[in-house]
Design a protein around this ligand. Structure first.
Ligand code: GRG
Length: 276
């Protein structure tokens, strides 16, 4: 990730703003999922890293835009001021645009080393998951729902698109590029669906119970923005129980892959117990 700006002819100040958004921490869960899924089937992990970085760039773009005053209006992210607070709103908009386009470029760059048809298929999964059918669509529904009461089904649809789609596509893309067969890809798709919901549920719990010094962002934001959340609809206790059932379902989806999927199974527990 650190090489992305350095290796390109990007105006200096824009490059600094891109690096600020991309390199300031973050758990790197999506590229990790991509690399784990890939390495279940192929050991050329180092050569595929640009694709993983592309996914993280797209994720980082979504956070920069999400933090803008016209969206969730956040001053802190990853324990630091948000990109627009440091570089201004117009520049933050451009940083997001840059990270999205760089992400697509990086994913495509591995076609020099891996079968272009597989790269195209994996890239299409990630781009589709990031677009209006996935993350952008989820963000749209999320903004439209502010101040409204939602049913659990409506809430789940938002999060399946906004948070789940990219997580799932990282796993499916990794499995496709690694050469996994259709049964294995399906298992990872199901795991991704469960993990995505688990991830969002724990995000909602962290907003209520998390320590801002550890999460690196303001807490109780959902209440301020009158957002529908799992704890708001179900209460904290039932939300925790729901999280556990998604964690188990995620792990179960990987049973056919045997012990080599243990890291991904453990990751589901990490997401359940996460404090940031
Ligand atoms: C602006 C098109 C557009 C989409 C924004 C990702 C997103 C959609 C909004 C972020 C709001 C949010 C808190 C979503 C919940 C789940 C989530 C994506 C949390 C942030 O991801 P982490 O925890 O972040 O993986 P790090 O900092 O670790 O990379």
């Amino acid at each position: 990730l650190g090489k992305i700006v350095k290796e390109r002819d990007i105006p200096k100040e824009l490059g600094e703003a891109i690096e600020y958004a991309l390199l300031g921490g973050g758990k790197r869960i999506r590229p990790f999922l991509f690399l784990q899924a890939f390495s279940l089937f192929c050991d050329r992990e180092k050569e595929i890293i640009p694709f993983a970085c592309g996914i993280e760039a797209i994720h980082s773009y979504s956070l920069v835009h999400d933090d803008l005053p016209v969206m969730d209006d956040d001053d802190y992210r990853r324990g630091r001021l948000t990109t627009h607070k440091v570089f201004g709103e117009a520049n933050a908009l451009l940083v997001g645009d840059a990270l999205l386009t760089l992400g697509c470029e990086l994913m495509g760059s591995v076609a020099r080393k891996f079968p272009p048809a597989l790269v195209g298929e994996a890239q299409q999964k990630v781009i589709k998951a990031s677009g209006p059918e996935g993350m952008v669509g989820g963000q749209y529904l999320d903004l439209a729902a502010e101040g409204k009461e939602l049913t659990l089904e409506e809430l789940e649809e938002i999060h399946r698109r906004k948070t789940g789609a990219l997580i799932q596509a990282a796993l499916v893309g990794g499995a496709i590029l690694g050469g996994g067969d259709s049964v294995a890809v399906k298992s990872l798709e199901l795991y991704g669906q469960e993990l995505g919901l688990l991830f969002q549920i724990t995000d909602d719990l962290l907003d209520v119970e998390g320590d801002p010094l550890i999460t690196g962002k303001s807490s109780q934001k959902d209440e301020v923005l009158e957002k529908a959340t799992y704890p708001r609809i179900l209460g904290v206790k039932a939300t925790r129980e729901k999280a556990i059932s998604h964690c188990y379902a995620a792990q179960k989806a990987l049973n056919d892959l045997g012990d080599r999927a243990n890291i991904l199974k453990n990751l589901a527990e990490y997401v359940y117990y996460r404090d940031r």
